[in-house]
Design a protein around this ligand. Structure first.
Ligand code: SF4
Length: 989
């Protein structure tokens, strides 16, 4: 029997309403006599509501049977075979393929480059191979070996393709022998059975279809099996094919919209005609485009647009069935779900889409736990040590902080303390060895809180150290889920998406791992993690819209067969609509067509049909997309609007006869007013409280570095020294400048100690001794563990070179003191203040004392003419507490007062009195050639030297103390130093 002409419901019309009218007319008003085969399950509920809203259908009524195509295949197979086979999951499929390949490798004389013995390498290939075989089943193709693929794909893939036919046959045989099946194999078996029994089946052979009027409704790009079975149903069961397509398909197929091309081909392959069930509804369609610069800008406009229209369903004049009419926010990428939900103005939102489990917060926890193990290093006391950043990732996970004991959530405080301790610790650490302080406010017994903390680390760290099999992993995951559920409190009621994710993990992933054929096989840990990631990657957390009110949020595929008045398509960019071809190293897209499999061109056609079909039925279309450059790691990726959007714009331009530029309706460019950011200085008024705090602070001796801080910026001095604001302590992952400085100081102290109170002049042997001492101390230091290996090697080489150059530049000298602290008093306006500093080395040379400071950082040289700058010195002398720029002027000319301070302290601080007068002070530049940079130098006349040391430097010290204790307010002093300031956010508004 020939198939009947296809019925077309014009794609401007509501498909489900048209189908409902058709079903009623073909079943004499009793829809229960119909069996409707649809591509997916979402329209079921919409169709029931559509029937209910039909006035001509008497109530109550029985619903028709509406089944998806995959349900149909499974049902038919269970009818055909007495013992329906068990459907297996991906892990079993990969396990089965591994067996097949092991047999193949044994049988073949020439060994294939198959890593069957290396499960780590095989698993990802196994997943791809299982999916490829599934494609062949769905297309009703029994593949042959594909030879000579070397050079087109990698060697292993060429090996697999070279045995493809044999693998397929053996895999199929093994499925049959074990009474196992897959969704694709179900379809394949049903078709094979029907073909074998052709002629013996009658219209009543399948109980599920018996006595029913069959409708094959809303399909577009068919798989090979679907087409063959639908044809059988059309020819033997008089099944009626109903398309939602361009109405011109009935009269002039050559003029149909290009996106309906698959329908034209279908008609031609079956040699049937099409008739239109109803006239296309005339719609006034308005399309608006919003070009944003990122996702946030798109969502902002979406929120405002939905807020303005309120997202209320409207009833059109042309159609009195409201069931599928309303507003839909369509997301081409499921990852957009969370940000979109945060921007919807109304709370009565219905989500119809599968959210990837791999994007859930739960998976983030599992990923952190796996990353901990993958980046673990070294062995400490029999247990692994973990990288500090991964440990912090675990400590900060919201699920752990929210674990409850009774009414309390007691882990927040201890986890916070642990984080602080990890941040200031070493690169690799063990969180289980920390003993954090607990929350003092907590009323819970300490042992209960510590027991909960221990359980958390047992399930998130210890148990993952000892995984061997998928079953071990399933047990650990199950216990972790139990902990989260038992101690989650009301967490799961408040966050339903998280609750769905945990449900999915417990009811799909864990049983899969525990019951698969590889469950007890021992794998290395990284293979187990690959298995878990791959299994989770395939899982979707399903959301069904129920009840069907409010704004519908759905994926592009979920919109099939449905119609909405208002359609909002978010992030309609080329990489999502139609999307880039999947990169499959086993069978690249270019080779798929050669083997009879659908390729990216087919996928693009399907995507185009879904897009245009949705738009044809809508009245108000708003399309949001991102245009511009997005930085993504190493590469810069250009985001371009989808070619489908481009087509719509082109149509609009043709209509207007001119190009549409962004900013011209209907193409809106999203922009925001960008006022210049004005930052006003925020001085700190020296209130009585602050003055009191300063007095207290000045009871202790002030160091030259504190004086430097004040000179550089009084506001920083206030925040850093008086209030204790500082940089966040963190594990140093790069070059540890402070650690290197400390090491060099201690090496030089040790080197010079034998020469204390002696006159020395060093030679090459001394340089070698100093270098060896440095290498020895460096290798014994913590820097060896904390620095990256390459930095460590560089440091050793550079340090040795600079120390040799340092020795080379040292004059003959007498060592008077090493690393000694001196303290002096200073009288300021009737008050006595203290100033103290630790001097790295004090030498005696040519009848004078020279104070030296080792500098591994930058040296701040004073302005050359500062000592002769009479204006400056007279301003310092006359300053009486004015709020002027004297301090800033001084800072400009003398960026550091460290050496002047040493010259002030030393002669006043030596207990027995300085044996020789101080003549100079200088820095030893260890970061370059180790030369001495003296404050005054040999060019300064003796008179001048005396004036500087005995008059100007005491004046300078007095001025600084007077300034900090007298000035009415501390003003920020901006400069390059702000780049390293830990209080950068405290000095402006
Ligand atoms: S950022 Fe600059 S101006 Fe602000 S407190 Fe720090 S050093 Fe002072």
């Amino acid at each position: 029997m020939r198939a009947q002409p296809f019925i077309i419901i014009p794609w401007e019309n509501d498909f489900l309403a048209g189908l409902a009218r058709l079903v009623l007319s073909e079943t004499d008003g009793n829809p229960a006599h119909a069996c409707i085969i649809v591509p997916h399950s979402r329209p079921r509920r919409y169709f029931a509501d559509t029937l209910y809203a039909m006035p001509e259908l008497p109530k109550p009524f029985a619903l028709p049977q509406m089944i998806t195509v995959s349900e149909l295949f499974a049902t038919l197979r269970s009818e055909i075979e007495n013992n329906p086979p068990e459907q297996i999951e991906m892990l079993d499929r990969v396990g089965l393929l591994l067996r097949c390949l092991e047999n193949q490798a044994q049988e073949q004389r020439e060994a294939l480059p198959l890593p069957t013995g290396d499960t780590n390498r095989f698993f990802p290939w196994g997943v791809r191979l299982a999916n490829l075989l599934e494609d062949f089943y769905n297309q009703n193709i029994e593949p042959e070996d594909v030879t000579y693929m070397e050079g087109q794909v990698v060697d292993f893939a060429a090996g697999l393709l070279g045995s493809l036919g044999r693998i397929h046959r053996e895999y199929t045989e093994k499925l049959d022998n074990r009474s196992w099946t897959t969704p694709g194999y179900d379809a394949f078996r049903v078709l094979r059975h029907i073909k074998e029994q052709r002629g013996t089946y009658t219209a009543d052979s399948f109980a599920c279809l018996r006595g029913k009027r069959i409708f094959i409704a809303g399909f577009y790009g068919l798989t090979g099996v679907e087409e063959a079975i639908f044809r059988h149903l059309a020819e033997e069961y008089e099944a009626q094919v109903v398309l939602h397509s361009d109405a011109r398909l009935a009269e002039s197929p050559s003029r149909v919209h290009w996106a309906c091309r698959e329908h034209t081909r279908w008609l031609s392959r079956w040699s049937v005609q099409a008739t239109c069930a109803e006239e296309p509804e005339a719609r006034k369609r308005e399309t608006v485009f919003h070009e944003g610069f990122d996702l946030h800008s798109q969502l902002d406009v979406l929120e405002r647009t939905l807020g303005a229209s309120d997202g209320q369903p409207r009833i059109t004049d042309a159609d009195s069935l409201p069931a599928t009419i309303g507003s839909a926010v369509v997301l081409p990428d499921t990852g957009l779900l969370m940000p979109v939900l945060h921007h919807l103005p109304r709370k009565d939102v219905n989500i119809s889409m599968g959210y990837p489990l791999g994007r859930s917060t739960l998976f983030r926890l599992l990923e952190t736990v796996m990353r901990l193990q993958e980046t673990a290093s070294g062995k400490g006391h029999g247990a692994s040590l973990y990288h500090w950043k991964e440990v912090i990732g675990l400590l900060r996970h919201p699920y752990l902080k929210m674990l409850a004991l009774g009414e309390e959530r007691p882990l927040g405080v201890p986890l916070h303390h642990m984080e602080a301790s990890v941040r200031t610790g070493r690169r690799f650490t063990d969180p289980r060895t920390l003993h954090p302080e607990l929350d003092e406010q907590s009323k819970l017994p300490e042992q209960d809180v510590r027991a909960l903390l221990a359980t958390v680390f047992d399930l998130a760290v210890t148990r993952w150290e000892h995984l061997h099999t998928p079953q071990d992993m399933a047990d650990t995951l199950a216990d972790l889920c139990t902990l989260l559920l038992t101690h989650g409190g009301d967490l799961w009621d408040r966050f339903p998406i998280d609750a769905e994710s945990i449900f999915r993990l417990m009811h799909r992933v864990i049983p899969m791992l525990r019951e698969c054929s590889l469950a007890t096989q021992i794998f290395p840990k990284d293979v187990l993690f690959t298995i878990l990631r791959e299994t989770i990657r395939q899982e979707r957390v399903p959301f069904e819209a129920d009840p069907l009110t409010g704004v519908q949020v759905m994926g592009m595929l979920e919109t099939r067969l449905l119609r909405f008045d208002n359609v909002h398509i978010v992030d309609a960019t080329e990489d999502k609509l139609p999307g880039a071809p999947a990169n499959d190293p086993l069978l690249p897209d270019s080779l798929r067509g050669m083997l009879g499999l659908p390729d990216s061109r087919h996928r693009e056609l399907v995507s185009a049909y879904n897009f245009h079909r949705l738009l044809q039925g809508a009245e108000q279309i708003t399309i949001y997309y991102q245009a511009g450059v997005e930085r993504s790691g190493l590469f810069e990726e250009k985001r371009a609007r989808s070619r489908f959007v481009e087509e719509l714009l082109w149509q609009e331009e043709k209509k207007r006869g001119k190009l549409i530029t962004p900013g011209t309706p209907p193409l809106h460019a999203i922009s925001y007013p960008m006022p210049a950011i004005t930052r006003l200085d925020k001085p700190v008024e020296r209130t009585p409280e602050i003055a009191a705090r300063l007095s207290e602070y000045l009871r202790r001796p002030l160091s030259p570095s504190a004086l430097d801080t004040y000179l550089t910026c009084p506001v920083r001095f206030f925040h850093e020294r008086l209030c204790g604001v500082g940089a966040i302590d963190e594990v140093n992952e790069g070059d540890d400048h402070a650690g290197i400085g400390e090491l060099l100081h201690s090496v030089l102290e040790d080197f010079y100690t034998p020469y204390l109170k002696r006159t020395v002049h060093f030679d090459e042997d001394d340089a070698k001794r100093l270098q060896d001492l440095f290498s020895l101390r460096l290798n014994q230091s913590e820097l060896k563990d904390s620095l990256p290996f390459d930095s460590f090697l560089m440091l050793e080489a550079a340090g040795r070179k600079r120390l040799a150059s340092f020795i080379d530049n040292q004059p003959e000298t007498h060592i008077a003191a090493l690393e000694q602290r001196f303290q002096a008093e200073i009288a300021v306006d009737g008050r006595t203040r203290l100033i103290a500093g630790r001097m790295d080395r004090v030498d005696e040379r040519e009848g004078q004392t020279v104070i030296l400071d080792y500098k591994t950082g930058k040296v701040s040289r004073p302005n050359p003419g500062i000592w002769e700058d009479d204006t400056l010195w007279s301003r310092l002398r006359c300053w009486q507490g004015e709020d002027d720029d004297t301090l800033a002027l001084l800072a400009q000319k003398l960026p550091s007062v460290q050496l002047p301070a040493y010259l002030y302290i030393y002669p006043r601080g030596v207990r027995q009195g300085a044996p020789l007068p101080v003549g100079d002070a200088g820095w030893v530049e260890l970061r370059s050639n180790g030369k001495e940079v003296l404050l005054l130098g040999t060019s300064t006349e003796d008179d001048m030297r005396e004036t500087v040391i005995n008059e100007q430097i005491p004046l300078l010290m007095e001025f600084l103390f007077r300034h900090m204790e007298t000035v009415p307010s501390y003003r920020p002093n901006r400069g390059r130093h702000c780049d390293w300031c830990p209080c950068a956010n405290c000095c402006s508004v």
